[in-house]
Ligand binder design. Structure first.
Ligand code: SAM
Ligand code: SF4
Length: 336
């Protein structure tokens, strides 16, 4: 394989990848999934764990060193620890993290840590069951909280909490969420609502900006000071309170980090994407068939495909442009 880095036309080298293992989810967050019946991908369209590991091995040779497993709800895919075991064996991978809604984490966290998991982001948008039901159209906050406690019981595991705030649903929960995270000594991060919901209900006014949240938290809890990041590709800007506890903000809409983006995405059905908002996809799954399971030919074809994907990456997502159109796939179908 060519050892040149995955460089795009805007001077960005790509070093991280989000891998979605399923589009299935056990809840229906308003900001992500549709309300009505959902047609999930049939199992035979999903990449197998073996295929994902083969793709990750090829990507790692091309300079991708950090991976995050996501979905849909990744823990809804059976035996996820087997994928972590396979990825742990690939030389050159520095980090394989997980993003989950936490509902199935309690029973799986120990086996995932044994398989190599060291970093997990757990979504937590509210501490009120009523608000949880409104936001996710399902019940089960208690299971999420059990999942968080089980993760915190794993000494080798670094835990972060992610929240997405919708002005009309959970803005009143923000202070309580930060106090909860402080009490558990974990960082709470707030992600701005992006136009990636299946119901197309996104509006600028429904989104709560990071700056509005920082003002609210400073007024209600105490002054926040920004912390310089050691990793420029990191989308989150962290702040700290006077007691050194931290809170992070991913201001993807109001302060896009596109110029520093080093990320690619692989969907559960084997499509490479260079941006959440991209309209184009590069099919990797069919390469397994066309290469007749010949690993060398696969690597050759894969390298060509991923370089095409990287070269086509736009400079920015363009949400702020009048002609912006959201992608066809919603967040749960891409992998957040
Ligand atoms: N099901 C897992 C979860 O919720 O953590 C993993 C997949 S979910 C798509 C990954 C992340 O995407 C979550 O932190 C979620 O809050 C975020 N997300 C979903 N829809 C979003 C949207 N429209 N804008 C911004 N972030 C979104
Ligand atoms: Fe499921 Fe995560 Fe989407 Fe919520 S954000 S519906 S938990 S995939």
């Amino acid at each position: 394989m060519n050892s040149l880095p995955l460089l795009d036309q805007h001077h960005r080298i790509h070093r991280s990848m989000r891998i979605s293992v399923t589009d299935v989810c056990n809840i229906r967050c308003q900001y992500c999934m549709p309300d009505g019946p959902v047609q999930f991908l049939p199992n035979n369209q999903l990449l197998s764990y073996q295929q994902i590991a083969q793709i990750a091995a090829a990507c790692t040779e091309l300079g991708i060193e950090k991976y995050r497993i996501t979905g849909g709800e990744p823990l809804a895919r059976p035996n996820l620890h087997e994928l972590f075991e396979s990825l742990a064996k690939i030389p050159g991978i520095k980090d394989v993290a997980l993003t989950t809604n936490g509902m199935m984490l309690k029973d799986q966290v120990a086996s995932l840590v044994v398989a190599g998991l060291r970093r997990v982001n757990i979504s937590l948008d509210t501490l009120q069951e009523e608000t949880f039901q409104k936001l996710s159209r399902r019940s089960g906050l208690g299971r999420v909280l059990e999942g968080i406690e089980a993760a915190l019981d794993q000494p080798q595991l670094s835990v972060r909490l992610n929240a997405l705030v919708l002005r009309d649903v959970n803005l009143n929960d923000v202070v309580e969420l930060v106090l909860f995270a402080k009490s558990r000594k974990v960082t709470m991060r707030f992600i701005e609502f992006m136009p990636l919901d299946a119901s197309r209900s996104w509006t600028q006014s429904r989104m709560v900006s990071g700056s509005e949240l920082r003002q609210l938290l400073s007024d209600r809890i105490g002054p926040l000071t920004p912390i310089a990041s050691s990793n420029p590709a990191q989308p989150s800007t962290d702040y700290q309170f006077a007691d050194d506890s931290r809170v992070g903000f991913i201001d993807s809409v109001t302060s896009p980090f596109c110029s520093r983006c080093d990320r690619l995405r692989l969907t559960a059905d084997g499509k490479l994407r260079n941006c959440l908002f991209g309209k184009e996809e590069w099919d990797v799954k069919t390469l397994f068939a066309t290469c007749n399971d010949d690993p060398l030919e696969f690597r050759h074809q894969f390298e060509k495909t991923i370089r095409d994907c990287v070269l086509a990456k736009a400079a920015a997502h363009g949400i702020d442009k009048a002609q912006f159109q959201p992608p066809e796939r919603a967040m749960y179908q891409i992998g957040g």
